[in-house]
Ligand binder design. Structure first.
Ligand code: HAM
Length: 459
């Protein structure tokens, strides 16, 4: 039976095509005089950005936990065949971007280019299908793709991801989108969800015949990459960012018109749940995602900006009901998403800078200044005591001038400086200086902890 062509009945997309990526901005690897260099497309994450980085992970853990997801960790190195089988041989990731290498015993390995296939492998290998379903896990970590480095595109980058395995319900897809959406909202990043349905392989069969016919009729207008994709991965042409291809893509047949009634019904319910959750979305007929394992719902999240401007996706995901079976497991409906941490950090840092310029998590609360040998010795004990209370204390025991120490306290952004001199050591007191007002109070050393807790608002 050949699938029928269906007509799209729901509202027209507000935005028809996905935003284009940021303009190329080559990141050259810089060599130091000592000949040290970062591998191209990789970067260090240094303080103070690293504190924000950790905070983003903590927020994600909290939000994922609230939705009932538990943490899973899988190895960075996997058998290359896992991704070749999962993502598809003709995808860019497998064809051009995998970091492949041979183990000493000749085994073909790779640095993972994403997290989903590893989670599914673990689910099958450890018999997680025997647990009450669905199994809901979140993971975080470095992934590797040998892509051309540019703004928001690295060769080592980090993902935060959630996978829901073992439940075929449109609510699952809507809830995953809500999780990603709310996480980004909690960071203060408003996002818009671009969404589409790829249906089942059966839905796609007839659509692909139609699509290839259309591409062939417009072959001369397609870029060289797309001409190559025409035989290897015709669906991916829809995702081409090349300007010359855009008019052809705009007129291409839309998969939504070829979905079976069941697939369309499933997708409609995902959209209804999103409406219920007040999550804004844009139906995006050209959204096909870059990995082969998707069926039904696919989505991507973009920062919502005043003007529709080119930007990179902050995250993406979708349903992959056939992947577990394809990898040798039992049939297992599944859905998930991955978020790009570097891209989120870049947007988050800009937005934070605009609203709270001085607020840096992990900033030093207290600087401990000491004057003289006896004070230095006594300060070691007092500093330890404060740190045990969870108060972040910095000091510079190598310096003895008060002026130099106060300057250091200012540079670190300490709100208070504690000053211990010879006299204070003798009479058991200590000075607490408010760095903003310059006002100092004399405190009994035994009451230092309580005083600081009060001043810093630590419970
Ligand atoms: P993906 O769209 O390939 O999906 O990657 C997810 C996110 O990782 C992207 O939206 C983007 O934010 C970030 N990303 C991708 N490539 C780069 C890069 N070169 N540099 C920086 N960031 C990048 C997946 O990986 C799927 N495993 C998602 C998923 C989970 N689908 C179902 N479950």
């Amino acid at each position: 039976m050949s699938p029928k062509k269906h007509t799209m009945k729901y509202k027209k997309p507000a935005v028809e095509s996905r935003p284009k990526p940021a303009p190329a901005e080559e990141e050259k690897s810089k060599k130091t005089a000592a000949g040290l260099a970062l591998v191209r497309g990789m970067k260090d994450i240094l303080p103070p950005e690293s504190a924000l980085w950790r905070e983003a992970h903590q927020v994600f853990e909290r939000v994922a936990g609230a939705y009932g997801f538990e943490y899973i960790e899988t190895p960075i190195v996997e058998a290359a065949s896992l991704f070749i089988r999962s993502l598809g041989r003709s995808t860019d990731v497998v064809e051009k971007e995998m970091y492949l290498f041979e183990d000493r015993d000749g085994g073909k390995l790779c640095l993972r280019p994403e997290l989903t296939a590893s989670v599914v492998r673990a689910y099958i290998m450890h018999g997680l299908q025997t647990l009450p379903q669905p199994v809901k896990v979140w993971s975080a970590g470095a992934v590797f793709r040998y892509d051309r480095p540019q703004a928001g595109r690295y060769r080592e980058f980090h993902q935060l991801g959630c996978e829901n395995l073992g439940e075929k319900s449109p609510v699952v897809d809507a809830e995953l989108i809500a999780l990603a959406y709310n996480f980004l909202r909690d960071l203060g990043i408003p996002v818009v969800v671009h969404i589409n349905s790829l249906g089942t392989p059966a839905d796609r069969e007839q659509y692909l015949v139609e699509l290839v016919g259309y591409w062939k009729s417009k072959r001369t207008y397609l870029c060289e990459d797309c001409k190559r994709r025409l035989t290897k991965n015709p669906l991916r042409i829809l995702d081409c960012k090349n300007d010359s291809c855009q008019p052809v893509i705009a007129e291409a047949p839309q998969i939504i018109d070829w979905l079976s009634d069941d697939s369309k019904g499933f997708f409609m319910r995902v959209l209804e749940y999103l409406d219920e959750l007040s999550i804004p979305y844009v139906l995006t007929a050209t959204l096909v995602r870059g990995l082969d394992y998707y069926t039904h719902t696919v989505f991507e999240l973009y920062e919502e900006t005043a003007e529709e401007k080119s930007q990179n996706a902050l995250g993406g995901g979708g349903r992959y009901d056939l992947l577990a079976e394809h990898l040798g497991g039992q049939p297992t409906p599944a859905s998930g998403f991955g978020l790009g941490v570097e891209r989120i950090m870049s947007v988050w840092e800009k937005r934070r800078a605009a609203t709270t310029p001085a607020a840096v998590p992990g900033a030093v609360n207290v600087f401990f200044a000491q004057l003289g040998e006896q004070a230095k010795r006594r300060s070691l004990y007092l500093i330890e005591e404060l740190r045990r209370e969870g108060i972040s204390v910095h000091h510079n025991l190598a310096k003895s001038s008060l002026k130099v120490q106060l300057e250091a306290a200012n540079k670190l952004g300490a709100t208070h400086t504690i000053i211990l001199g010879q006299k204070e050591v003798q009479d058991g007191t200590i000075l607490v200086r408010n760095m903003d007002s310059g006002i100092q109070e004399i405190v009994d050393q035994k009451k230092l902890k309580q005083t600081l807790r009060r001043l810093l608002g630590v419970s």
